[in-house]
Design a protein around this ligand. Structure first.
Ligand code: SF4
Length: 456
């Protein structure tokens, strides 16, 4: 495994802390690299798919629907239509003669069979190439059936996964649209009748029930959650979003734009939070109290932190004794999550020696650079060959990534943690911090690595 595994054009996107250079990010993926951020539609579907009562129809070849099948970790407390994956299954004749008729027929069939309040129609790469008029087909279907049929303009070649996040947010903004004056009146009435501040929570997709954990914390400190974008949400609920007095953003990569637009249009301020790790969870709850300006709430926050820390901190400390001194590599979607993970690993005595993201921003990479030790590798939009090279060169014991990285880590004899949408246990909040510590322990300290390394 040598230097040759990094292409010269990729060198600007890889930085070793201590080097005098600026990391390049937010640029097009290099042609020929297996990049996970190149799929615009994937970004859009990640954001919208947790809406439980909608039909999510992928207009494209069947492979596009299949590519995003690993995002199905969102849980629901009610409707479960979103758990189906619908596709127009475009084939060669459709590519040649156009797929609009097929799309219209699919919409008719789905509406007749499932009676959804809203259908989201996702555009994929090939739809951008053949030029199907998604908006016109959706408009006609909406008129035929008297429901909302919303095109998600996520065809390829308009950017990367971040463009997909933006396309999803634009669609959501259409879904929740109301005149700003009406929003202001409704907000005032809602806040007054609730008897406690009513806020929105953005960028939590209820993976393994994480939204429910944070909802509970917010309830305990005296805050009501109006709408969650989009974990365990319905279209009807989402339409109430302009009634909130504050937007909290957990996943900044996907929701910063949405929050900015809501601030501009409806005057709703926003704050960024992270509920990963003990410290970040505690700090985030303090941010909520500070933003809502209540001393009483600040007291309730401190009480909650003390109660939760008393339960979970000693248990996490137990696992720390086995983990201190280990080295971790992180490759996740967004920059904010990567930053939280560096801090969370430090709570376990583990140093992050390699960190990368699919859609991190310049300022987030700067924070990562400030947090990691000298010699750590930071990279944007990594491909599997680079991950492999730096996992080995940096001597990482563990890789945190998405399901697509799992085989790569195992084949290299490294422990692995899935921190993406397909996991089965919550990693948010105080309880999530304990789950994380347990999982790190069970994978890093598994006896299997001893046997594997003995055969080498
Ligand atoms: S939309 Fe494009 S990049 Fe995404 S899975 Fe389909 S073909 Fe691949």
């Amino acid at each position: 495994m040598g230097e040759s595994t990094a292409l010269p054009e990729r060198e600007a996107f890889i930085l070793t802390k201590g080097q005098k250079k600026t990391l390049r990010c937010d640029a097009d993926s290099l042609a020929g690299c297996v990049s996970q951020r190149a799929c615009v539609y994937c970004g859009a579907r990640v954001v919208l798919n947790p809406i439980t009562d909608a039909v999510h129809l992928v207009h494209g070849p069947i492979g596009c629907a299949s590519y995003t099948w690993d995002i199905r970790g969102s849980l629901t407390s009610g409707e479960d239509l979103f758990r189906n994956s619908f596709s127009t299954d475009l084939k060669e004749p459709d590519i040649i003669f156009g797929g609009e008729k097929k799309l219209a027929a699919c919409l008719d069939e789905l509406v007749e069979k499932y009676h959804p309040p809203v259908v989201f129609v996702y555009s994929t790469c090939i739809v951008g190439v053949i030029g199907d008029d998604l908006s016109a087909v959706c408009r006609a279907a909406a008129a035929r059936h008297g429901i909302e049929v919303l095109p998600v303009e996520s065809s390829g070649f308009i950017g990367n996964k971040s463009a997909g996040y933006r396309a999803a947010c634009d669609t959501l903004l259409k879904l929740i649209e109301m005149p700003p004056e009406e929003a202001a009146v409704r907000r005032q009435a809602r806040q007054a009748s609730a008897g406690r501040p009513v806020i929105n929570y953005l960028g939590d997709f209820n993976l393994a029930g994480e939204t429910w954990i944070i909802r509970d914390y917010l309830h305990r400190i005296g805050v009501a959650v109006n709408v969650v974008f989009t974990g365990d949400s319905t279209c009807r609920e989402l339409k109430k979003a302009p009634e909130a007095c504050l937007n909290l953003i957990q996943c900044a990569g996907s929701m910063q734009y949405m929050a900015g637009q809501m601030q501009e249009k409806y005057g709703i301020p926003y704050r960024q939070v992270s509920f990963l790790g003990l410290q970040d969870t505690a700090d985030s709850l303090r941010i909520v109290a500070e933003s809502l300006g209540s001393a009483e709430m600040a007291e309730r926050v401190e009480k909650l932190i003390a109660e939760e820390a008393a339960v979970y901190a000693p248990q996490i400390e137990y696992y720390k004794q086995f983990l201190a001194g280990k080295r971790a590599a992180v490759y996740v979607g967004g920059g904010f999550k990567a930053i939280s993970l560096i801090r969370q690993f430090r709570e376990l005595g583990i140093e992050v020696v390699m960190v990368g993201t699919q859609t991190g921003r310049k300022e987030e990479y700067q924070v990562m650079n400030d947090l990691v030790e000298e010699g750590a590798v930071i990279m944007d939009d990594a491909n599997p060959a680079e991950l492999e090279r730096f996992l080995l060169e940096q001597g990482a014991d563990l890789l945190v990534g998405g399901v697509k990285e799992r085989p790569l880590a195992y084949k290299l004899g490294r422990a692995f943690i899935d921190h993406n949408h397909d996991r089965k246990h919550p990693l948010s909040g105080f309880v999530g911090a304990l789950n994380f510590a347990k999982e790190v322990y069970s994978t890093v300290c598994s006896p299997v690595w001893r046997y594997l390394n003995a055969t080498r």
